[in-house]
Ligand binder design. Structure first.
Ligand code: FES
Length: 163
């Protein structure tokens, strides 16, 4: 029985709920913080939050499914955000996005089958003069080309494998 309880308990979510006094009216904030802790909201976190706030799991799931900001899947290991706004479009961002979708066999908004690469569209990274702009794992790059993007991703995958 203890093993079952341990599996259902999500310690970071329990701590976050406690910091908010286990108040049901703090649900949105708690969900944001729980997602920030793991990068997504897994079943254990949602069960723990529902239990701590003394609300139903259905209520928690309802709130999570209503807001698109909440992620119910683990994020890819490497997040590629491709700027698709006008200034970057004018210098080739659409071709770059098409290359990335083909290269990692995933549509924008999805992730590769091996979970390595996630592709996301963003609309201006504040680097318009140096487009096409791309953010890889939070690092901004300008004047991106398909070849450079491939090389940067290969380097990151290799670095991750070494660690
Ligand atoms: S339009 Fe792409 S960075 Fe601004």
């Amino acid at each position: 029985m203890a093993a079952l309880i341990d599996k259902l308990e999500h310690a970071p979510a329990r701590l976050i709920c406690g910091r908010h006094g286990n108040r049901p009216d703090a649900l949105l904030e708690i969900l944001h913080e729980a997602q920030a802790a793991d990068g997504w909201l897994n079943d254990d976190a949602l069960r723990t939050i529902a239990d701590a706030l003394n609300i139903s799991r259905a209520e928690t799931h309802g709130v999570v499914s209503f807001y698109h900001d909440y992620k119910r899947e683990a994020p890819a290991k490497h997040a590629i955000k491709l700027c698709r706004a006008e200034a970057c479009q004018a210098v080739g961002s659409e071709a770059l996005a098409a290359h990335a979708e083909k290269k990692w066999d995933t549509p924008t908004g999805g992730k590769s089958a091996d979970g390595e690469i996630g592709l996301e569209a963003v609309y201006c990274l504040g680097n318009c003069a140096l487009g096409p702009s791309v953010m890889i794992d939070g690092e901004l790059f300008g004047r991106m080309t398909p070849e450079r993007l491939d090389a940067l991703i290969e380097q990151r995958i290799e670095k991750t494998e070494r660690e």
